[in-house]
Design a protein around this ligand. Sequence first.
Ligand code: ZN
Length: 149
Amino acid sequence: MSFNNLDQLYRSVIMDHYKRPRNHGILEDENSITVSMNNPSCGDKIKVSLKIQGDKIVDVKYIGSGCAISQSSASMMTEAVKGLSVQDAHAMSFDFSEMVQGREHNDDLELGDAEALKGVSQFPARIKCATLPWKAMEKGLREAQQKIE
Ligand code: ZN
């Protein structure tokens, strides 16, 4: 596949998540935790809800507004981390962040559709858009941890 075709494929994956968000919404049950995070440089807003049982993320949803990169990244993030252990979700967020910054990343964990955001590394101003939902997810994991302690 030529670079241009791959680029087009990635773009269509991103637009698909933007137009048909997966895991959209907020978890209402009392054992879930919801955190908000903004990216003022672009105006992106994200709210991520997590439900953790033991050390597993059993459910995750998001709502938000902003650019296609931030919102599609949120949708991809929810698909990627659902069912993972808290530790693996942190590791995956780190890998994702390395990937969108154009650094070598460990691909032991399946990023799934989030791989489509690889090209963001060519647009430094958009890196924070892509990582916002992942940072929010990590913030939620830390808050959930504190709630247990
Ligand atoms: Zn943005």
